[in-house]
Design a protein around this ligand. Structure first.
Ligand SMILES: NC(=O)C1=CN([C@@H]2O[C@H](COP(=O)(O)OP(=O)(O)OC[C@H]3O[C@@H](n4cnc5c(N)ncnc54)[C@H](O)[C@@H]3O)[C@@H](O)[C@H]2O)C=CC1
Ligand SMILES: O=C(O)C(=O)Cc1ccc(O)cc1
Length: 365
């Protein structure tokens, strides 16, 4: 590719994953980075991702074609001001932050619109840091791109191509539209998960009975409460306005739910639960959802030696590669099932058909 030098400010889960994939694709690319912890930079150097073994100074970013801002949202904004006087005229600064309006407003205030294109990969997890970064993290995930009114079209096309080369699905959106949507599908759920965990923490007794018996449902909806507190404090303040709007609506929904439970209003409860179930069930595993697509199936494993090998052989002999495999034991699948993850929707459909032909019971979701 024509790009020669890429700089990273922040090299954690997201910055690290982008750097790892770019390095795998283009080992000749020169990459540099700075991060809060010098060890992160040293580690990235050891992995041959970057050419500096101690954190760069900002002046080192002067000849970068692209600079990826990959720190918490409010920190990214602080870097804009400092980069303004450093970057070359053709440099594109892009960020991966979860909120877009605030950074776009700062870009406009600083007159940096011709040098900025916003970005937000809709992939990630509750984990942090370079050690959890992976070159496959962004595969099949939407990557939202928010150009400014002055972002050069060739640069937008180039970034779109770069995003595609990371294995992600580029989607251009306006920054305000982005922030309302992500407040609903990402930011509010994190606020709810953190609050629910705190409610249980405060309600538990000294023997921690609640914690001990916490089952799949609680764990499913609170996994994201293990996310980085600093990152989420930043997001809540960066997208305060949109989160508050949706939080108010959500509090109202909870009040209605409370009234229906207090009034023992069965029809109202059934209506609410059925509407939610129908909508949730319509978010299929193969549809391009907001987050990374997972092409998975579950099957009852025949309880015999070599059971997993038999399944793997059926798939392999039909040229189907398994991306991930594991045994699940939980209440939902009482006997335990085998979980298989395939690379794409077509492979998933073929795998389902083949295994059904071999009389396996398949569960899709
Ligand atoms: N974690 C996730 O699932 C996703 C996160 N994001 C966004 O990506 C950005 C980075 O998040 P993660 O990579 O998950 O976080 P992380 O905690 O894994 O990494 C953050 C990186 O920023 C560095 N950093 C923090 N403060 C700094 C400072 N003042 N100067 C220089 N470096 C600093 C840290 O040293 C670390 O390298 C955030 O803006 C977040 O909103 C976007 C999509 C998904
Ligand atoms: O862990 C999860 O399920 C996430 O929701 C990850 C995530 C966190 C922040 C984002 O801006 C986008 C994705």
């Amino acid at each position: 590719m024509s790009l020669q030098k890429i700089g990273f400010i922040g090299l954690g889960l997201i910055g690290g994953s982008i750097a790892k994939k770019l390095h795998a694709l283009h080992p000749e690319l020169t990459m540099i980075a700075t991060a809060h912890h010098a060890e992160t930079v040293a580690e990235a150097y050891k992995e041959h991702l970057i050419i500096n073994n101690t954190p760069c100074e900002l002046k080192d970013f002067a000849d970068c074609d692209y600079i990826f801002l990959c720190t918490p949202t409010r920190k990214n904004i602080e870097y804009l001001q400092q980069l303004k006087d450093v970057i070359s005229p053709d440099c594109i600064i892009t960020d991966v932050g979860s909120v877009k309006t605030e950074i776009h407003r700062e870009v406009i205030r600083l007159g940096l619109e011709a040098n900025f294109i916003g970005g937000h990969p809709m992939a990630g997890s509750e984990k942090t840091g370079l050690s959890n970064a992976s070159e496959t993290l962004l595969e099949n995930a939407y990557y939202i791109i928010t150009p400014t009114t002055k972002s050069p079209s060739p640069a937008v096309e180039e970034l779109t191509g770069l995003v595609r080369s990371l294995g992600a699905i580029p989607l251009v959106l306006g920054y305000e539209q982005h922030d309302y949507a992500t407040a609903a599908i990402s930011h509010l759920p994190h606020v709810i998960a953190y609050s629910l965990v705190n409610l249980v923490r405060e309600s538990d007794d000294e023997n921690e009975i609640m914690k001990t018996i916490a089952a799949g449902g609680f764990k499913d909806i609170t996994r994201i409460a293990s996310s980085s507190p600093v990152m989420w404090e930043n997001i809540c303040l960066s997208n305060q306005e949109q989160i508050l709007k949706l939080l108010d609506n959500y509090i109202h929904t909870l009040e209605v739910m409370r009234t229906n439970i207090a009034d023992a209003d069965s029809p109202a409860l059934l209506d609410a639960f059925t509407a939610a179930k129908d909508y949730r069930d319509s978010i299929t595993i193969t549809a391009k959802g907001a987050l990374k697509n997972v092409y998975e199936l579950y099957l009852d494993l025949i309880d015999e030696t070599g059971g997993i090998a038999t399944v793997a052989t059926i798939l392999a002999s039909n040229n189907l590669s398994i991306k991930n495999i594991g045994i699940i034991h939980n209440r939902e699948f009482e006997g335990g099932v085998l979980r298989l993850e395939m690379y794409d929707g077509e492979s998933l459909a073929l795998a389902v058909a083949l295994l059904k032909k071999h009389h396996y019971t398949i569960y899709e979701r």
